[in-house]
Ligand binder design. Structure first.
Ligand code: ZN
Length: 268
């Protein structure tokens, strides 16, 4: 397998002029999308200030001071249009904001291996709201693909279509889990086998919770039963173990015991 993890901070944007929004393909891309949702940062970190900044680290520089939640460094370099960012995807943002809040502020802390039913956070319109959570992660994933460019062989069109039509992406799966203190978004990691089977994933960490977002090419990979997808037929999801910081020695064995996917025999 080839690890084609792109360095998200050095990939140039496509074209010298303002590109079109990758979601609607109509309006100029002039709106910045946060790498980690602004409301999530506010909820877990509070509000930075000139006097009390946060310190942001990436692959290039550690501890860069951030004095506002609107700082450019917190936003993805590829932009979408203001309408898609603020209006079209607002229901998706709100659904995730609500689920994120519910998972982080339960009266009973999340327990690894236990199950959460989607109708707890969303008693009404459960399927619709859980699909909106799926679409929230499609927006971030799509922005990451645009940043990565041709180095990551995943078509952006299906991401755009799912958001534009209130549909779903058949090849993007989620796992929800418990985390241990990190806040941020991992780089996108992509693997391609010699016969062209593509698998990609990244992790969205938010202090006590995390979401693993994965692209598994249809017909090439068999998603793990621990994955959740809007078409799975249930809105119940298993709480996975993403406590990598405190359990580094367990990480390798946990990954081996809990593979995100296994390659289908037909594609090997
Ligand atoms: Zn747009």
């Amino acid at each position: 397998m080839i690890n084609t993890s792109p360095d998200m901070n050095t990939v140039p944007t496509q074209g010298a002029t303002t590109p079109l929004c990758w979601i609607c393909n109509q309006n100029p891309a002039n709106s910045g999308e946060h790498k980690t949702k602004r409301s999530d940062l506010l909820a877990v970190l509070g509000k930075p200030s000139q006097q009390e900044p946060f310190f942001y680290s990436d692959l290039h520089k550690l501890n860069q001071p951030v004095k506002s939640l609107d700082a450019q460094i917190l936003k993805a370099p590829i932009r979408i249009c203001a309408y898609c960012n603020n209006t079209r995807t607002q229901p998706h943002d709100r659904a995730w904001e609500h689920l994120s809040d519910c998972l982080r502020n339960r009266s009973q802390p999340l327990k690894i291996g236990s199950f959460v039913r989607g109708n707890r956070p969303f008693p009404d319109y459960t399927r619709r709201e859980m699909a909106n959570v799926h679409r929230f992660f499609l927006k971030i994933f799509g922005c990451m693909l645009c940043e990565a460019g041709a180095r990551v062989p995943i078509p952006i069109a299906a991401f755009s279509k799912a958001i534009m039509t209130s549909g779903v992406h058949p090849e993007v799966h989620l796992q929800f889990g418990k985390s241990d203190g990190k806040v941020g978004r991992s780089n996108l990691h992509c693997w391609t086998t010699q016969n062209g089977s593509v698998l990609a994933g990244w992790l969205y960490e938010l202090d006590t919770i995390a979401v693993s977002v994965m692209y598994a090419q249809r017909g090439k990979w068999t998603p793990s039963p621990n994955n959740w997808h809007p078409h799975k037929g249930t809105n119940r999801f298993k709480i996975m173990d993403f406590c990598y910081q405190s359990q580094q020695t367990r990480t390798a064995s946990a990954t081996a015991a809990n593979p995100l996917v296994t390659q289908s025999p037909a594609s090997s």
